[in-house]
Design a protein around this ligand. Structure first.
Ligand SMILES: [Cu+2]
Length: 157
C-alpha cells in the first residue's frame, strides 16, 4: 500500500517534470511573444568572408500586422533582409529595407530562392552541427533571441 502510494506520487511527479521539460522545449522553439519561429536553419558556409543565409517560418500570433525589422547576429555578420526574385531568367536579390511584413496568423516562409536573412560576409566558417545566435527584432519593439542550427544546403531540396 505504502509502496503503491509513493509510486503514484513519483509517477505524478514525473508527469509534472515531463510537462515542464516539454514546456521548455516548446519555449526554445517559440519563445513567448507575438511571433512564433519554426524550422529555423542557417546555411553552412565553408569559408569565412563568404555570405550566408538564414531561413525560418514566422507566424504572427497577434492580431495586428508586425514587421520583422532587423536581425542581429553580433560579430558573426552584418545582416540584411533579402528577397530573391527572378528577372529575365536571372535570380537577383533585393534588400527589403522596410523589413518583412508578418500579417496575423499567416505563416511567412523564409526559404532558399525566396525571402531570407542574409549574412553579409561571415566572420568565421559556419559548419553543420554548429549553432548561430540571432536576435530577431520586430516593429512592436519586441525581440527574440534564438539558437539556430547550421545545416548544409542540399541541392534540390
Ligand atoms: Cu540575399
Amino acid at each position: 500500500m505504502h509502496f503503491i502510494q509513493s509510486f503514484s506520487r513519483i509517477y505524478r511527479f514525473s508527469l509534472v517534470l515531463l510537462a515542464l521539460l516539454l514546456g521548455s522545449v516548446v519555449y526554445a522553439g517559440s519563445p513567448s511573444g507575438a511571433v512564433s519561429v519554426n524550422e529555423a536553419w542557417v546555411r553552412a558556409v565553408p569559408v569565412a568572408g563568404m555570405n550566408g543565409a538564414a531561413y525560418m517560418t514566422l507566424v504572427n500570433q497577434g492580431e495586428k500586422t508586425l514587421t520583422l525589422t532587423a536581425v542581429d547576429m553580433g560579430d558573426l555578420a552584418r545582416v540584411e533582409l533579402h528577397e530573391s526574385v527572378e528577372h529575365d531568367g536571372m535570380m537577383h536579390m533585393n534588400e527589403l529595407a522596410g523589413g518583412i511584413e508578418l500579417p496575423p496568423g499567416q505563416p511567412v516562409v523564409l526559404k532558399p530562392g525566396g525571402l531570407h536573412i542574409m549574412l553579409m560576409g561571415v566572420s568565421k566558417a559556419l559548419l553543420p552541427d554548429h549553432t548561430v545566435q540571432a536576435t530577431l527584432r520586430f516593429s512592436d519593439g519586441t525581440s527574440q533571441t534564438l539558437e539556430i542550427p547550421v545545416k548544409p544546403l542540399v541541392p534540390g531540396s
